[in-house]
Design a protein around this ligand. Structure first.
Ligand SMILES: NC(=O)c1ccc[n+]([C@@H]2O[C@H](COP(=O)([O-])OP(=O)(O)OC[C@H]3O[C@@H](n4cnc5c(N)ncnc54)[C@H](OP(=O)(O)O)[C@@H]3O)[C@@H](O)[C@H]2O)c1
Length: 338
């Protein structure tokens, strides 16, 4: 099968390209050549999707069975791509997010939950996407989904992942925890060790995507591990085990961290208190073939990649992640004295 990936060199797209090529699919990637490196053996077309002439040269004389769009952030720009590609490809997969639900993370969400109002022709540029607010990111993604649906009429698979972890992660979540726990000593562990969390492994996400393409599965799917798949304690203990660290986890409760006004989700990566954060219903994806590996495997392979590669590709969002050693020490002292 012939597959076009709009993007393909950073994390999600790159993993998908590697897996598709390994399965013998004929893969083309389209990107500017700024981020990451091309996967060997894959046709790489250079161009900027925000530039109409570059898009035209991409489609010139080419056809594909599937398109997977991992780099769509602005509705009008996605609309320009899908209109050009609808006569060149049979089906379109769009990488969206659970942030399309204004209700998330305050409340549990399913695919039927309300999504942001955002017109499919909303203009903009994605140059500064890494610094957008969650609401702008989510609203624009909802507009992008509409643009894709309009052009591909039914031949669309929309994937709405929550948090994606695994080798090549660029955001700085598990990579921060692994680095912190490797340093050892007393580690501030947020909230409750038994709290269920739902991060999905990148390789389970890409396997599900390729399964949808191969079997012609269309529709909209939340993509997270099932509720109760793992816990925050499971994640941090897997980090301790794989790094061989002497780190001593000190669990500090939500109320205390909220009182201290600690920035959720980023300053303490993956820690967030609203009730819906880890209550995303992904039963539909499970029924369509999603399988999820144990968190220990995700942590082990991410650590191996971190050690071999020397760290993630540069990405602005990494700067928002993690507590400084001074702030962590201060919080632990306040916790001890409470
Ligand atoms: N990480 C998470 O936890 C998470 C959670 C939910 C959803 N998602 C979604 O997953 C996707 C993330 O994918 P990724 O970044 O890892 O995908 P990727 O396909 O591996 O990397 C992004 C690609 O887009 C290319 N690109 C960026 N701007 C471009 C432009 N103007 N024209 C052409 N190519 C361009 C980049 O290359 P150049 O810079 O070289 O052009 C790069 O190849 C996003 O859609 C995100 O919303 C992620």
């Amino acid at each position: 099968m012939r597959l076009l990936v709009l993007g393909g060199t950073r994390f999600v797209g790159r993993a998908l390209v590697e897996q598709a090529a390994a399965l013998g699919h004929q893969v083309t990637t389209f990107n500017r050549g700024r981020t990451g490196q091309d996967v060997p053996g894959v046709e790489a077309v250079r161009g900027d999707r925000e530039n109409a002439a570059d898009l035209l040269s991409l489609v010139d004389g080419r056809e594909w069975d599937w398109v997977v769009d991992t780099s769509g952030y602005v509705p009008q720009i996605v609309g320009n791509s899908v209109r050009l590609l609808s006569s060149r490809a049979r089906a379109y997969v769009f990488l969206s997010t659970v942030s399309v639900y204004p209700g998330w993370p305050a409340e549990p969400v399913s695919e039927d939950s309300e999504t942001y109002e955002c017109a499919p022709d909303t203009p903009g540029t994605a140059e500064d996407e890494a610094n957008w607010t969650a609401a702008q990111y989510g609203a624009y993604k909802a507009g992008c989904e509409r643009a894709v649906q309009e052009a591909f009429e039914g031949q669309v698979t929309i994937l709405r992942p929550g948090v994606i972890l695994g080798p090549m992660e660029n955001v700085g979540r598990l990579t921060w925890w692994l680095t912190r726990i490797t340093r050892g000593g007393r580690v501030l562990a947020p909230g409750d060790a038994g709290k269920p969390i739902q991060p999905i492994d990148i390789r389970d996400l890409t396997a599900f995507t390729l399964n949808c393409l191969e079997k012609g599965i269309t529709g909209t799917f939340n993509l997270t591990t099932p509720k109760e798949h793992t816990t925050f304690g499971g994640l941090l203990n897997a980090c301790r085990a794989v790094t061989g660290s002497d780190a001593e986890l000190t669990w500090v409760n939500d109320e205390f961290l909220v009182e201290q006004k600690e920035r959720q989700w980023t300053a303490i990566p993956l820690w967030r208190t609203p009730a819906g954060t880890w209550a995303v219903d992904s039963a539909k994806a499970t029924a369509a073939g999603l399988t999820c590996r144990p968190i220990e495997e995700t942590v082990r392979d991410t650590y191996a990649w971190l050690r071999e590669s020397g760290g993630p590709l540069a990405y602005d969002r990494q700067a928002h992640h993690g507590l400084s050693p001074e702030r962590e020490r201060e919080l632990l002292e306040l916790w001890d004295r409470r």
